[in-house]
Every structure is written in C-alpha cells, then in structure tokens.
Unconditional design. Sequence first.
Length: 408
Amino acid sequence: MVSILLAEPRAKGPESLSDYQARGGYRGLQRWRQSGTPAQLLAEVAAAGLRGRGGAAFPTARKWQLAAAQTATEKHVVGNGGEHEPGSDKDKVLVERHPHAVLEGLLLAGFATGATQGHLYLIEDMHGPRQSAERAVQEAAAAGLLPFPVRVHCGPTTYVAGEETAVLNSIEGLPAKPRKKPPFPGEAGLFGKPTTVNNVETLAHVAWIARAGAAAFAAVGTAESKGTLLLTLPEGVRHPGVHEVAFGTTFRQAIDGPGGGLLAGRTLRGLLPALSTGFLAADQLDTPIAYETLRPLGSSPGCGGVRFVFDDTDVVALAVEIAEFFMREQCGQCPPCRMQTNQFVHVLKAVQAGKGPGYEDKLTKLAEFSRKKGNCSLIEMAAAPVLSALRVFAADFARAAGPAPQGS
Ligand SMILES: Cc1cc2nc3c(=O)[nH]c(=O)nc-3n(C[C@H](O)[C@H](O)[C@H](O)COP(=O)(O)O)c2cc1C
C-alpha cells in the first residue's frame, strides 16, 4: 500500500514534532531554504505534477506562479481545511493526525511564493483538528522552524465558507461568502495582498515532494493524476473512514482493499465519488480513480468523500437530499444560484410525488441557464450529481415520476 500522507502504522493521536522529525519531517523545508530557490521549488512541484486536492484539481505550481510573480512586500499563504462536504473527513483526519505535515507544506508554499504570513483555516466545530493545529504551530515556533508567523483561524461551519475567497473574507472578519473573480487571490487576496490558497491535503503532499523529490511522487499514480489521494469510504464497508490510495486504484480495489470489502448482504448499484461530482454505475466500479478516466464519464475524484448507492437505496430520495444540501448551503448572494438550487429541489420533489415526466428537460435547462453565473462554482457542483443521477438511474426517476397526467 502506498503511504505518502498517512504514516503507517497509524498513530493513535496527533503526531508530535519529534515523531514527525523522526520520519524526516521538516528536512525538506530546511534543505530547500538552505540550498534551493523559490523558483526551483516551484519547478520541483510542477515536475511532480501535483494538482490541488480541494476538489478542482488545479495544478499547484501554476497557482503558485501567480503569487510568486507579484512584487508586493506583504504576501499570504493559506491552508484550507474548511472541509464541510457531507461524507468527506479527510482534511479533519489529516490536520488532526498529521498537523506538522500540513504546516511544513504551508511553509514550503510560502517559501515558493514569497509569503510573509501563513494561515491555517479550519471550521468552528473541528475541535480535535484545531487543538492539533494550534499545538503544531506552537511546537514549530518554539523549535525555530517558522520563517514567518502562522495563525490558526476557525470560520463558520458552512459549506460555502470553504470556497477560497470565502475563506479570505472569513479570515478578514467579513461574512464567509465568495468574492467575484477576477482578481484572483494570487493577485489580490487577503487584505488585498497576493495570497496562495491550497487545500491542506495538497500542502501535505508538498511536504512529501520537498523531502522525497518530484520523481518519487510522479512515479505513483497515472499519466495525468500523480501521487495518492485520500478517500473517505462510507458505512457499508468493513473499514469505513479515511484511506490513502494511489491514483489509478479502481473503486472496487479501494473498497475491497483498504475498505475491507462490502458488508455481507450489501450490493452496490453505483457510487458517487464525492458529493459535487457525477454518479457512476455499478459496471463502472473498475474505473481507475484518476482525473483523465473519470472526466469522460462525467465525474471526477472531487474531494474523495464517496457515497454508495446500494440495491435498496432510493435514488430519487438521495437526489432530493443532495439538492436540498446545496439549496441550504448556497450563500444567497447570486440570484442564478439561489434560483437553480431552489428549483432543483422543487422539480425533484415533483418527481418524488409522481407528477409525471418533463423533469429532465427542466433540470437540464436550469443547469444550462445558470452555468458559470455565480461568484463561485457551487452552481455547477450542485448540478453534477443531480444530472448524472438522471442519466445513470434513469429508470428510477421515470418510475417515480409516473405517466403524464391525463389531459396534459
Ligand atoms: C462551494 C465551495 C466549497 C469549497 N470548499 C472547500 C473546502 O472545504 N476545502 C478546500 O480545500 N477547498 C474547497 N473549495 C475549493 C476552494 O475554492 C479552492 O479551490 C481550494 O481550496 C484550492 O486548493 P487546492 O488548489 O489545493 O485544491 C470549495 C469550493 C467551492 C466552490
């Protein structure tokens, strides 16, 4: 089993500074600061092929370039641990168990981009991760490992607060709602200064790359999807929870390997790789988990918070539940998003109530109308699971909707 992020054997509690250092922790940072340049580190991360693990899979080095190119004397780097997607626990587990790996990655991202201040962003109800992160910052500061100050922030427990510009607003003490882009954070972010925002898992990968090298990282995974990713497997397998798998592992291998296999009597009809992605059917479970293999299927690895569809799952009810989540969690500031997420629930509930066909056309048109019309991509995230559910489980929706009412 590949283990880049979750040190084996699994530590019971948070990894201390001395334990992290005993397995090579902070050596990468020290080496790069002593004998490397920011541009060289940026090139190393580019060569590793690292993409962001916050869901959008943006190439990390390309994001860093924007902030690195700015001449401002004040720059920020933010570790985004604002995870609040149902079914995903990876960031909480990572920050709680391996806070120093995240912190070292943050310091490295800061080194590459010329940051003068660092921020670790978590959400209010993350008590364990918060304690862990605060202790790690104190330990690292006492050991003289911090080249710039790092603060731990806790934002509101909402989904949209994890969007990168909402994170910036939250740190500034403003309501945690996404900003209009451009300008991108790399140009004008926190307090108007160039800011790099990376997911905490991305940062932990950076720490490993800095220590082990781009070639070792790029040797794991597939052509376009390098390294490992953290998957959160739900109830229904013998070992639910957060597991690290190499890109290229199939869903079935992840379920049968680290997941320990499905519980007796459980049969999968499909799964959703993460809430804001597209459903896969049971005959697609042998698809390797990778950006390039899931894209043609209308899906993506997302943040790896897997949702199972069992043979007894009410798929229409599941679609309503997902649509209601996005309706509740949209922040209300962009009318197309408000309209789409509300209407999605309305139309899906009509299907549930057996009010006849026509729903597919309505939902597709709604999604087309709203596409790219929000400050953030929540609109598209809300559409992906619903539209893919209609495609993959078409018969379930047709059955629930029933025939057209007489006279219509
Ligand atoms: C509605 C919404 C919620 C998001 N929530 C998170 C989150 O909880 N954590 C996260 O890292 N990224 C989240 N993102 C993605 C971030 O905006 C951003 O792309 C990410 O933090 C960048 O890090 P990465 O390049 O390392 O992936 C969210 C995006 C949207 C639109």
